[in-house]
Design a protein around this ligand. Structure first.
Ligand SMILES: O=C(O)CCC(=O)C(=O)O
Length: 250
């Protein structure tokens, strides 16, 4: 099951596409059971303060293996879908688990992922796609992602430091907001948002009693490998079949 031709067209027009039910109930239940009971995610997570000092937790890794999370990041469903979007083979850049905790989870300021990838990781071309898999329901109340539809056509905007994050230049963001529809990406568990690395996006603080957790594997076109050594080294992607998720046993 990969993105349809129409979904790929929508991605190129809007800078994102939402694949509803991309993972089935059984697969996502297995991911919830694993992630919500995995204390190592907390010990490995970084605290990232937003502009007001409120913290979001992010656990990020690059190396894939035979662990459960890698069955998603190495899975053909995601990787083949991104290859269909980018029309060439891809490699995995990072997988993140975004842990926005009830009542205290911080915001993510307006940014483009390419605001980070270009300067921190020396990717010359914006040929990177992130895939946000909802681990649990993402709502406006618990701080779902918000995107400016079609804003990837703007190209890369300068980014400044804000809290522990990078934020896109406020004047450009304001101009973009005036021209692009703001879409609040509410997701059910298993829904997956594919988004372009130049799409402007943000998310608000979590003021609800529910967590908002998501896993975000990202992939880069083989032709757009970093031009210089950086903390994230390149390694080819070894894909697994889609049934690897349900077949996985510890
Ligand atoms: O999880 C979120 O709310 C923000 C995610 C994000 O901005 C990103 O992964 O670039």
């Amino acid at each position: 099951m990969i993105l349809t031709d129409q979904q790929v067209k929508d991605f190129h027009r809007d800078g994102y596409v939402i694949a509803k039910g991309f993972y089935n109930t059984e697969e996502i239940k297995k991911l919830q059971d694993m992630a919500f009971n995995d204390d190592s995610l907390y010990s490995r997570a970084w605290d990232k303060k937003d502009a007001s000092g409120t913290v979001s937790k992010v656990c990020l890794w690059q190396d894939l293996g035979n662990d459960f999370y890698s069955m998603f990041s190495r899975g053909r469903r995601l990787a083949d879908s991104v290859e269909k979007i980018l029309e060439e083979p891809v490699f995995h850049t990072t997988t993140k688990i975004m842990m926005k905790e009830p009542f205290v989870g911080g915001a993510w300021e307006w940014h483009q992922d390419y605001g980070y990838w270009a300067t921190d990781n020396y990717h010359l071309y914006p040929r990177i796609v992130s895939c946000m898999i909802a681990i649990n329901q993402a709502t406006q109340e618990n701080g779902c992602l918000e995107v400016l539809k079609g804003s990837h056509h703007i190209g890369r905007i300068n980014h400044n430091t804000t809290g522990d994050q990078k934020g896109a230049d406020a004047e450009f963001v304001e101009a973009a907001i005036a021209r692009h529809e703001l879409v609040k990406v509410e997701l059910e568990p298993g829904d997956t948002l594919f988004f372009h690395c130049n799409l402007l996006h943000k998310s608000n603080q979590n003021r609800s009693s529910e967590p908002r957790w998501a896993m975000i594997p990202a992939y880069c076109a083989e032709s757009a490998k970093p031009f210089k050594d950086n903390p994230l080294s390149y390694s080819p992607l070894e894909k697994v079949e889609d049934d690897a998720i349900l077949n996985w046993a510890s």
